[in-house]
Write a protein that binds this ligand. Structure first.
Ligand code: ZN
Length: 409
């Protein structure tokens, strides 16, 4: 698929990004020095710094009068505002919420985590998260006066208020339709909400410098979820479950799945399914840590189990990859890191599936770079404006009429 056509807003973001990255790396600089460093004209640079100053991403720290030689007006020196949180990422899990605050250059400047019981309702979860944002900001002396956006990851599918119907009823504790409003109102910034597995896909797609391409993501955890990034865009689908590869039938007439079907990928490749399959071959494994230890000592039962499941996983991923032709297939979740053989076997199977059409440029299949504990980074990926990624993210502005009204006043 060709890269997205650059638009003026994308070019401007790219310029902003270079200015911010340079200021982070080099500290305070005059506009003239900054223009030379990033290779922009003085005029373009002035436009960009005016915008960044206006939204509180950078500040004037002093002038160069102390070091300046010759006559003329001293030049102002600009720097990142080290205390200005620009983006907030919030990741709700089943038993904890994580928060990360990033500055204008996308560096994390504050982060924290709060636990709650699995049964905690959404009012309680949201209240805990709001308090957590205040607490981590306060303890790191970060202010949110210039906040640009809030990304929120929730478990289960999220497609906004229109999404309902029988296909969602098997999920536990779906997030309330307007979880974003509480955050948008409190912090006066636009908020986007999406499924946290899909946001992890977005974070994986942007985990390396350069434009994000096409990526197929699957996460092996208590369940099996997935996400799809096409031309740098997270795909939601008509009913919010694009990328839900966990409920593709992987074993015809296989075991029952919680979704009501039989033989879904989740019944084979969830962590509990992997452990049960290894135990059925005589391996004594009750956790991902046990599995990692068994892999390290070349336990033959565990090896055979992982190769068999890796093959099934690879066939399902291969079918999806044949349809989508992604640059990368990423297998996330702690088990993928703990058991490299699972990823290797899936990779070999995907390549085999794709061989007839892509013998010259096989797809890259790799384990996820982000850990399960990095959920807030996925939420942040949803609000970073570093690339074309979010230039047309669904309803970023329409999603939060409350905050936009507040800003307009
Ligand atoms: Zn299923």
């Amino acid at each position: 698929m060709p890269p997205p056509t650059p638009s003026s807003s994308v070019v401007r973001r790219s310029h902003e990004e270079r200015v911010l990255t340079t200021l982070r790396a080099e500290g305070a600089l005059s506009r003239a020095a900054l223009a030379r460093r990033v290779g922009l004209s003085r005029t373009t640079l002035s436009e960009i710094t005016a915008e960044l100053l206006a939204r509180g991403a950078i500040v004037v720290v002093d002038t160069d009068s102390a070091t300046r030689r010759g006559s003329g007006r001293p030049a102002e020196r600009l720097a990142l505002d080290p205390a200005a949180g620009q983006f907030v990422g919030i990741d709700f899990g089943h038993r904890r919420v994580q928060v990360a605050v990033a500055d204008a250059s996308h560096a994390i400047i504050a982060a924290g985590m709060e636990r709650y019981p699995d049964a905690a309702g959404w009012d309680r979860r949201v209240a805990l998260a709001l308090d957590l944002v205040d607490r981590v900001s306060g303890s790191h002396s970060v202010h949110l006066d210039a906040l640009q956006g809030i990304g929120i990851g929730v478990p289960g599918p999220y497609a906004g208020p229109e999404a309902d119907g029988p296909h969602l009823t098997w999920r536990r504790q779906p997030a309330p339709e307007r979880v974003d409003e509480a955050f948008a109102e409190r912090f006066g910034a636009p908020a986007v909400v999406d499924n946290n597995t899909r946001l992890a896909a977005l974070a994986e797609a942007t985990s390396q410098p350069g434009p994000a391409g096409d990526l197929l993501y699957v996460r092996l955890s208590d369940g099996v979820g997935g996400g799809l990034v096409v031309s740098g865009r997270l795909i939601t689908g008509a009913h919010g479950f694009a990328g839900e590869i966990g409920h593709v039938t992987a074993v015809p007439d296989g075991g029952p799945c919680r979704c009501g079907k039989r033989g879904c990928l989740e019944t084979v490749a969830s962590v509990s399914a992997i452990l049960a399959a290894a135990r059925s071959r005589g391996a004594e494994v009750d956790s991902v840590a046990d599995l990692a230890a068994a892999v390290a000592r070349d336990d033959p039962a565990v090896d055979a189990t992982l190769r068999e499941i890796g093959t099934t996983l690879g066939r399902t991923l291969g079918a999806a990859a044949m349809v989508l032709n992604p640059d990368e297939v990423v297998i996330g979740g702690e088990v993928a890191r703990a058991a490299p053989v699972l990823v290797q076997q899936a990779a070999a199977t995907v390549r085999h599936e794709l061989y007839p059409v892509s013998s010259t440029e096989p797809v890259t299949v790799r384990a996820g770079r982000l850990r399960d504990s990095d959920g807030a980074l996925g939420a942040l990926a949803a609000v970073f404006h570093q690339s074309p990624l979010l230039s047309d993210y669904p309803n970023l502005e329409q999603a939060t009429p409350v905050s936009l009204r507040r800003r307009a006043q």
